[in-house]
Structures are given as structure tokens and as C-alpha cells.
Ligand binder design. Structure first.
Ligand SMILES: *[C@@H]1O[C@H](CO)[C@@H](O)[C@H](O)[C@H]1NC(C)=O
Ligand SMILES: *[C@@H]1O[C@H](CO)[C@@H](O)[C@H](O)[C@H]1NC(C)=O
Ligand SMILES: *[C@@H]1O[C@H](CO)[C@@H](O)[C@H](O)[C@H]1NC(C)=O
Ligand SMILES: *[C@@H]1O[C@H](CO)[C@@H](O)[C@H](O)[C@H]1NC(C)=O
Length: 336
């Protein structure tokens, strides 16, 4: 009997690896967020659950039941925090059922950061299977995730916006197996040390996937590995030939795309200067290795773009992006 149970347990964990596992109930000790809850001890919004946490060094967990939560959430507590969204498949963003959304733009809010639907201003943060949306739409900076922490991991989440969706601005951070949608400069930031692996990146309209704002030869960079860049559902027709891997917000921009499959219909230059008359290309590294797909066929890159050899490309990795201690804080089960 005991042997049979061990055998069954092994089968279940193999199935979880192959097909993904559910997470439909809160882990022991988690604060519970549930839309419309009347149960004592539960919270109707993520902000209320965050506010209930002690601001100390303890590790805390929040679980979010299915629903759309309309709020901006600002997290500053000191100790580690993990947020889990309800899902029937933890391995992918595709089954996410918990969504945090707001529609504030930077003009209203006073800054890019203040417009963020979710603002992470703390270290040691992890989030799994939650969608974060800024629904403002076309016309101004409007951030979904504003990220200022170190040792921050986002796993199988969805980030939705149009201009400036994902503000990877400060600190060591990894984005693994997420969906990231936008049009203009939608992965951007000044001093972020960021690694992006296995994400699906959806292009919604004419623009630039990245706008790295590195302003000096600091340790920041954006390293992308094994991501897929697609046309987002409902994208405007002007994506065609008017979308690029990136443009330099700062003139030390450092962006490396390895092993990318591009099916979005990129401009054949693949990379852009900042603006006509203000190129900002003098100290940048805009590099690729092994790009493939219809979006890059017939490419004719500008002189400020670099195609890396395999050995040159090996210098850019999760370790070069976020530091060699990454296994101590990254959930390696999502790593690619
Ligand atoms: C928690 O403490 C940190 C460090 O003192 C502080 O910066 C932050 O504002 C505090 N957050 C809350 C919610 O009190
Ligand atoms: C692309 O099309 C959308 C939808 O029509 C429009 O709002 C946006 O301004 C266009 N972008 C550019 C750069 O023309
Ligand atoms: C930037 O710094 C790195 C070492 O940190 C050095 O190898 C490189 O030459 C520097 N680049 C420039 C443009 O100063
Ligand atoms: C090139 O990238 C594709 C897509 O990520 C991958 O399947 C393939 O193994 C890569 N080839 C090399 C030589 O790394």
C-alpha cells in the first residue's frame, strides 16, 4: 500500500511537470483576496490585503481568487512577499483568472511610476499567475507594472498596456514565461538589471518593444532569451513595418535579444534611433543572436545594431544581467 502511494505521488508530480499544476486554493497562512467577499478575515481588494501585512522582515503570502480587481496597488513592506493568482495551470499565463486593473496615465498621476497599476517598491518580491493591466490606451505613458525592487521575480503573469506597459526601472529582476503587451516603448526603464526568458511579447500597434534608458556605463542591461514576439490580438494595422526591437531612451542603452522568434511584422531595420535629429546611438549596445521568424526575414540593420556570434552571445546571460547569485532568489522551475 505504502509503495502504491509513493508510486501514485510520483505519477502526480510527473503529470504536474508535463501538464502544469493547479493552484486553486490558498497556501496555508496566506492572506486571501476574494472579489465581493463577506467572509471575515478575507480581503476584497489586493490593496487591503497588502495594508494588513506587518511592515517587518517576516515572509508573507497573498492568494487572489478569480476576478477583476479595479485598483492601483503600491507595495513597500520590508520583508519578502509572494503573491499567487488562482489558476488551473501554474506553468503559463494563459489560464490566469486574477486581474488587477486601473487606467491612470502619467499626466494625471504626475509621473510614470505613479501611473502604475502595480507598483513594486520593495526587494524580495515574487508574483505568479496574476494579470496586471493599465487600460488607459493610446496617447500617453500609462504603466501596468512599475518595478523598483531587487531580487524580484515575475512568473507566468500577464502585463497589458499600450505606451510604457512595463517599467523595469531599478534593481535585479527576472520575467519568466509571462505575456507582455504594448506598442510604444513598452518595456523600459533607467537602471534595471533585467532578464527576460520565455515570454510571449504581443505588439499592439506601431512602436518599439524596448526603450532602455541607461544613461551611463552602469551595471544595468536588458537580456532577453528565447522570447517570442507576436502581433497582439486586436492590434492596429500600423504594426506592419512600424515596429522595432527597440530605440534608445538613454544613450548608453544596452539590450540583447538572444534566440528570439519574431512573427510580428517588424520594420526591416529591426532597431531604431530615438528620434530624427536626436539619435542617442553613440554609446549603445543593441545586439541580437539567432533571431528567426517572418518578422526578421529580409532585415537590413543600421550601423548601430550588432549581430553577435555564438561565443560573443554567451557573455550575455541571466548571470550577466542580474548577477551570479541568481539561483538563490529566482524560481528556476520557470527558467529558460
Ligand atoms: C515599511 O518600511 C520601509 C522601511 O522603513 C518604508 O520605506 C516603507 O514606507 C514602509 N511601508 C509601510 C507600508 O509602512
Ligand atoms: C496606430 O494606430 C492606432 C489605432 O488607430 C493609433 O491610435 C496610433 O496613434 C497609431 N500609431 C502611430 C504611431 O501612428
Ligand atoms: C563599460 O564598463 C565595462 C566594465 O564594467 C568596460 O569593459 C567597458 O569598456 C566600458 N565601456 C565604456 C563605453 O566605457
Ligand atoms: C535559435 O533559436 C531558436 C528559437 O529560440 C532555438 O530553437 C534554436 O535552438 C536556437 N539555435 C541556436 C543555435 O541556439
Amino acid at each position: 500500500m505504502a509503495r502504491l502511494l509513493v508510486y501514485l505521488a510520483i505519477c502526480v508530480s510527473l503529470l504536474e511537470v508535463v501538464y502544469g499544476a493547479s493552484r486553486t486554493t490558498p497556501p496555508a497562512g496566506a492572506k486571501v483576496v476574494r472579489a465581493g467577499t463577506t467572509t471575515s478575515g478575507e480581503f476584497g481588494t489586493l490593496s487591503a490585503a497588502v495594508s494588513s501585512l506587518p511592515n517587518d522582515s517576516s515572509s508573507q503570502v497573498i492568494f487572489i481568487f478569480p476576478g477583476t480587481y479595479s485598483e492601483q496597488v503600491y507595495i513597500t513592506r520590508t520583508g519578502p512577499l509572494t503573491i499567487y493568482g488562482y489558476t488551473t495551470d501554474t506553468t503559463t499565463y494563459k489560464s490566469n483568472q486574477a486581474t488587477i486593473q486601473a487606467g491612470v496615465d502619467a499626466t494625471q498621476a504626475g509621473s510614470d511610476d505613479a501611473s502604475g497599476t502595480l507598483r513594486v517598491h520593495k526587494n524580495d518580491f515574487k508574483m505568479y499567475n496574476v494579470n496586471v493591466k493599465n487600460t488607459f490606451g493610446v496617447g500617453s505613458q500609462a504603466i501596468a507594472l512599475s518595478q523598483y525592487g531587487s531580487r524580484v521575480g515575475l512568473y507566468a503573469c500577464g502585463f497589458y498596456g499600450y505606451q510604457d506597459t512595463l517599467y523595469a526601472n531599478v534593481g535585479t529582476q527576472v520575467y519568466l514565461r509571462n505575456y507582455i503587451e504594448g506598442a510604444v516603448d513598452f518595456i523600459f526603464g533607467r537602471q534595471g538589471l533585467a532578464y527576460f526568458g520565455g515570454n510571449t511579447i504581443g505588439v499592439k500597434g506601431a512602436g518599439y518593444v524596448t526603450a532602455n534608458g541607461r544613461e551611463s556605463n552602469d551595471s544595468g542591461s536588458y537580456v532577453f532569451n528565447a522570447n517570442t514576439i507576436v502581433t497582439a490580438s486586436g492590434a492596429s494595422s500600423n504594426v506592419t513595418a512600424r515596429t522595432y526591437f527597440g530605440r534608445p531612451w538613454g544613450n548608453f542603452a544596452k539590450v540583447i535579444f538572444k534566440n528570439t522568434v519574431v512573427t510580428a511584422p517588424f520594420n526591416s531595420a529591426l532597431w531604431s534611433q530615438w528620434n530624427v535629429g536626436d539619435p542617442r546611438t553613440d554609446n549603445i549596445l543593441f545586439a541580437e543572436f539567432n533571431s528567426s521568424g517572418s518578422g526578421v526575414s529580409g532585415a537590413s540593420r543600421p550601423s548601430f545594431a550588432t549581430v553577435l556570434s555564438a561565443s560573443q552571445a554567451s557573455a550575455y546571460s541571466i548571470s550577466s544581467a542580474v548577477g551570479s547569485d541568481y539561483t538563490s532568489w529566482v524560481d528556476m522551475s520557470y527558467f529558460i
